[in-house]
Design a protein around this ligand. Structure first.
Ligand code: GUN
Length: 292
């Protein structure tokens, strides 16, 4: 039987509407409009689209969204100066530096310069540390989106074997972390999973993934996860966004895996929209915590 398709677009819209209501309430009480500033360096076309989508989503949620577009040849010192300026700017609550940055800029140095209380991506070591101790200031947007998507589709991870393929700082590691924590974020929990992280050096990957109740693919290789790697009835979450000659494609061979899995996310329209929804939520949290 074909798998249930998990509609990330629909769930993201629900969350965006919830955030919009909370933003309005916050404004009525505090007379402060949350503001997100995104910095885009260079002219990577995919990044330009992502940043534009974030700007539009802010507007729809009642959040002020500004994009600072800097030329490719911007120096690291100039970029750091811009971040310092925003760190000190009271009307800016969230700062997002769109990745990837041009090769002449050290990404770690730049991300570390963002004030932790404005780090709505949850990339700062302070925020990653707080998250790992189960007392998050923010949750990273894509991992939190995965958690929300699963929870809101009625897929409880509690006690289940979740296999995360990929160990990136943006997706793999934090996704594994938040699903394994003893309590879920912000109220209703979808946590307490038994998590295995797989990566390029994992031996006999398929034997590990075939044991999983839930597989989360975050590798960055088109159609890497095949039907043979999935236990019949498992749930498959595809975080991949790969540009191929045939168009945008996930890390999962959707056509074949959807014949084996019980539930699966499509690409596009799966996890992607959740990332923006959770970014809006983090921007509201940033504004709340920075407002007396
Ligand atoms: N580039 C791809 N994904 C992301 C993300 O989640 N945050 C930022 N800042 N850049 C990205």
């Amino acid at each position: 039987m074909a798998a249930q398709i998990l509609d990330g677009k629909k769930i993201a819209l629900q969350i965006r509407e919830e955030v919009a209501v909370q933003v309005q309430k916050f404004y009525e009480i505090k007379r402060v409009q949350p503001k997100l500033v995104a910095i885009l360096v260079g002219d990577d076309p995919a990044s330009a689209v992502y940043v534009r989508n974030k700007e539009l989503a802010c507007k729809k949620a009642g959040i002020a969204g500004e994009v600072i577009r800097l030329p490719h040849q911007t120096t690291q010192i100039e970029l750091l100066a811009k971040i310092c300026e925003l760190n000190d700017e009271d009307t800016c609550h969230g700062i997002l530096v769109q990745l990837p940055l041009p090769a002449h800029i050290d990404t770690r140095t730049v991300l570390d310069a963002v004030a932790p209380e404005k780090d709505v991506d949850c990339f700062s070591p302070v925020n990653v540390g707080l998250m790992s101790q189960g007392r998050p200031r923010f949750l990273p947007c894509t991992p939190h989106g995965v958690q929300q998507l699963l929870g809101r589709c009625g897929i409880d991870v509690q006690g289940k074997h979740v296999v995360v393929i990929g160990r990136s700082d943006i997706v793999g590691k934090p996704t594994a972390m938040i699903l394994a924590l003893p309590t879920g974020p912000f109220g209703k929990s979808n946590a307490n999973a038994t998590v295995t992280i797989c990566h390029s050096q994992t031996q006999d990957l398929a034997s590990v993934t075939r044991n999983a109740d839930i597989v989360i693919a975050a590798i960055g290789k088109a159609r890497f996860v095949t039907a043979e790697m999935i236990k019949p009835g498992a749930c498959v979450i595809d975080v991949g966004m790969n540009q191929t000659p045939e168009g945008l494609c996930g890390d999962v061979d959707f056509d074949r895996v959807s014949q084996v899995a019980s539930a699966i996310t499509p690409v596009p329209g799966g996890v992607g929209p959740l990332t923006i929804a959770m970014l809006l939520r983090n921007t509201l949290i940033a504004a709340e915590t920075q407002t007396n």
